[in-house]
Each structure stands twice: as structure tokens, then as C-alpha cells.
Design a protein around this ligand. Structure first.
Ligand code: SF4
Length: 439
């Protein structure tokens, strides 16, 4: 329905990129709705007249997706379907100057720290009393909890510090307030996120304080699962391993992007560590929490990566067998330290290496999943889809890890509930199971 003249604002908020961006969108929604403005997340149809696009500016593909989304809504505005288009987030933070000339149909551009200015466009003020409250866009029973902003690390390939600035930890009390608010609203699983969660507290408390934060969060009523993402290997606070193994409601799960294994590449990537130190850390983690599922991320095709480096990475992954692994191909990002290096690994080789690594991981993941057949796991039911109830064990994070599928034509499960599920079949990245009457 084409809009005529200005109507009461009805906002559609579109989020691109990572879970940290999703939390930012949820904060924008909370502030807008707190200001009496009707807002919804990623609405279909056209029951809105203003669009806010929260963009990602991390790597080439993500940037292109953001630009395509902006152009789509700029076109809709030209055709009179919507009145206003506002753009915020990392891409806007990084390329505002260029983009505002290239896409003049966008009404205003905002950086990653300019929420009050965005709210002004709606004649709304930033409400401090809403801090700690949040409208979530995830399933009601889990939510992301951002514990800090920005990053102080010098990783050669990464543009995030350019877009998100220096590391700023959120005070423990405000993280706890947010967690309690989320729990009161039915959240059972908290996913702790940051650019570098293991740096937590160094700026604020002059010490790594993640262990205390985890311990205090584990005391919040109603929270059954706490999951730690984005740990950094260098300067890893080993005291968190004691808390993870001691606290039943902290998942035996750790997401720790390692990016590579060859010391030559770890040094070129300015990761501040070596293969030997990485292996020592992995040994300590496995020893401290034997049942832990380790998720990691590897980056292939970084400038200077030789075939020998890549073979070493493959052998490392084969030796250490990560329960969960993702791989990125290097993207030559201006403003990063690696941008001054020659991007000497061809796109084809990058792709080949990523595929070869994932083929190896498929076999490793299948091996782990086959070991689960016949066993029963506490499973959180996330949704019903294509004739199955879909859930996750404590070893699986939403959207990135394995899922447990229960045939909905034979069994009834309640979304948002935990259930004991006996695994009957294993695939590379999925498990099939039935509700278990007795554990
Ligand atoms: S830790 Fe490294 S890769 Fe991660 S956000 Fe910081 S600079 Fe980027």
C-alpha cells in the first residue's frame, strides 16, 4: 500500500551480521517502544512506513549483503512504499562518508554508538531507566547477553576494532540486572557474547573477571543454561574452567576462535600465541572439563599462508578433533594490518582450503555424533519445523551447531521446555532422537 504524506511511525527493524548486532537491534527496539513508537523486527508485508537497517561491515560478503538490503529499501522508498530509511551499525560506522553520497535516498546514517541521535529522528529521548530491559527477537527461552563492547586486540585481518572501538566491559551489576530481567521474562538460556569475552574486566576491574561474572550469573533464578562464546586463546583466564566444571547450569561448552594452528600464521595474524601454547591450553581445557564441547573458528587464505601452513592446520584439526568448527576465507579489508600485506592466496585456493577443512570436520562431527547414539541428553526444544521438533543439547549453540530432531508425528514436545531425548540416529551435523521415559 503506497504511503501518502507522513503517518504515525511504524518501524520495521532489519538486522544483519552477528549476535552482537542483534542485541543492538533489540536495544533500539526497546528504546523506540519505550518512547511509544510501534516497532517490529524483520516484518514481512508492508505494515510499516519506516525502516531501520542495522548493518554488518565485517567482510566482503557481509558488506555486500548490507548494501543490497539498503538498496532494496531505498528502492521501496522511491516507489512510495515507505517514507523513511535509516541505516545504522558497522557498515555505516565504517563507510558513512562514501555511502551517503552513493545512496542519497537514505534519510540518515548512524554509527554503532549513536542510538540517542537515531531516537531523535522519532522525537524520542534515550531512556536510561530502560537499561537492563530488552525486547528480545530470539525464541522466548534463550537470549544473547552482551558483556562488553569493542576490542583491544591487534588481529591483522580484523576490521571490528575500527567499527566497534576499544574494549569496554559492562559492569557486573548491570549484566546481572539484564540477566534477571531476561529470566523474569522466561529466558532459560543465556548466551554470553562479546568481541573478546575473556578480556572481560581488564578495563573496569584491572583484572580478568569473567570467572566472577560467570559465578554470579549462575546464581540468577530461572537460568538453566549459561553458554560462553568468543573466548580468546591468548591470556585465557583459566579460572573460568573451575567455574564451568563446578556450576551445573554453566554449559560444558566453549566457543574459542583459534583462527589457525601454524605458529608462522598465528604470528602473521598477530594472535599473540604459538601452536605450542595453543596445544597446552587445549590440554588444560579438556583436562579441567572432560565433557566439554569446544567450538572453534579457523581462517584460511590469510596473506602468506603456504600449502605447508595449511597442511599443518589440517593435521592439527585432525589431532585435536573439535566438536564444532567453522571456517572463514580471508577477506582483504582496508584499514586492517593485513591490508598492507600482499593478498597472495588466490580465491580458488581459499575456497579449496575451506572446503577441504570442512570435509575433514564433517567426518570428525559424524564420529562424535555416532558416539551419542543410544545415549540420552537433556535437550532444549527450540521450535517445530518440517514435521520435527528441533532442539539442542548443552553442547549446541543456536544457529551454528548441531540440532536434535524428534519426529512430531509420533511425539509431542513443548517448545521452550527441556526434555530428555534418547539419540537413535546420527548424521554429520544433526541427531535424531525420541523422548526418553527414563534417563
Ligand atoms: S579478537 Fe581479534 S578477531 Fe576478534 S574482534 Fe578482536 S581483533 Fe577482531
Amino acid at each position: 500500500m503506497k504511503t501518502k504524506g507522513t503517518k504515525k511511525p511504524k518501524v520495521n527493524l532489519v538486522t544483519l551480521g552477528c549476535s552482537k548486532n542483534l542485541v543492538d537491534s533489540e536495544v533500539i527496539m526497546t528504546q523506540l517502544s519505550g518512547g511509544g513508537i510501534s516497532v517490529a523486527h524483520e516484518m514481512d508485508g508492508s505494515a510499516y512506513n519506516i525502516v531501520i537497517i542495522n548493518t554488518c561491515g565485517f567482510i566482503e560478503n557481509a558488506k555486500q549483503e548490507s548494501i543490497d538490503t539498503i538498496l532494496k529499501y531505498a528502492e521501496a522508498k522511491k516507489e512510495g512504499w515507505i517514507e523513511k530509511v535509516y541505516v545504522t551499525g558497522c557498515l555505516s560506522q565504517r563507510y558513512r562518508e562514501e555511502l551517503q553520497d552513493e545512496i542519497p535516498d537514505v534519510d540518515a546514517w548512524f554509527g554503532t554508538m549513536e542510538l540517542p541521535a537515531l531516537l531523535k529522528k522519532f522525537k524520542a529521548n534515550y531512556k536510561h531507566e530502560l537499561i537492563g530491559e530488552r525486547i528480545t527477537t530470539t525464541a522466548k527461552h534463550y537470549a544473547y547477553l552482551k558483556i562488553s563492547e569493542g576490542c583491544d586486540r591487534p588481529c591483522s585481518f580484523c576490521a571490528i576494532p575500527i567499527m566497534r572501538g576499544k574494549h569496554i566491559s559492562k559492569p557486573i551489576e548491570s549484566v546481572l540486572t539484564e540477566a534477571k530481567h531476561l529470566a523474569k521474562n522466561g529466558v532459560k538460556e543465556l548466551l554470553l557474547i562479546a568481541q573478546d569475552s575473556t578480556y572481560y574486566g581488564l578495563d573496569l576491574y584491572k583484572k580478568r573477571n569473567l570467572a566472577e561474572l560467570l559465578d554470579r550469573l549462575s546464581e540468577v533464578d530461572g537460568i538453566d543454561w549459561i553458554r560462553l562464546h568468543y573466548a580468546f586463546p591468548t591470556g585465557f583466564p583459566e579460572d573460568i574452567l573451575d567455574v564451568i566444571s563446578a556450576k551445573k547450569n554453566i554449559c560444558n561448552y566453549l566457543d574459542i576462535p583459534l583462527q589457525h594452528a601454524s605458529t608462522n600464521m598465528l604470528q602473521r595474524m598477530r594472535r599473540g600465541t604459538t601452536r605450542e601454547k595453543t596445544e597446552l591450553l587445549l590440554e588444560k581445557i579438556r583436562l579441567a572439563v572432560p565433557d566439554i564441547a569446544i567450538r572453534t573458528t579457523m581462517l584460511v587464505g590469510h596473506p602468506g599462508e603456504t600449502e605447508q601452513d595449511f597442511r599443518e592446520l589440517l593435521a592439527f584439526v585432525e589431532k585435536w578433533r573439535f566438536e564444532r568448527l567453522g571456517v572463514f576465507t580471508y577477506s582483504h579489508e582496508e584499514g586492517t594490518r593485513a591490508f598492507h600485506m600482499k593478498d597472495d592466496v588466490s580465491p580458488e585456493i581459499k575456497e579449496e582450503r575451506a572446503n577441504e577443512l570442512m570435509r575433514l570436520q564433517e567426518q570428525i562431527s559424524l564420529g562424535f555424533n555416532e558416539e551419542k547414539v543410544g545415549k540420552t541428553f537433556k535437550t532444549l526444544i527450540d521450535r517445530k519445523e518440517s514435521g520435527y521438533f528441533v532442539g539442542r543439547t548443552e553442547h549446541d549453540s543456536p544457529d551454528v551447531d548441531n540440532e536434535v530432531l524428534i519426529d512430531a508425528s509420533k511425539h509431542y514436545m513443548r517448545v521452550g521446555d527441556f526434555a530428555d531425548v534418547k539419540i537413535t540416529e546420527a548424521r554429520e551435523f544433526d541427531l535424531y532422537g525420541i523422548p526418553s521415559v527414563n534417563k
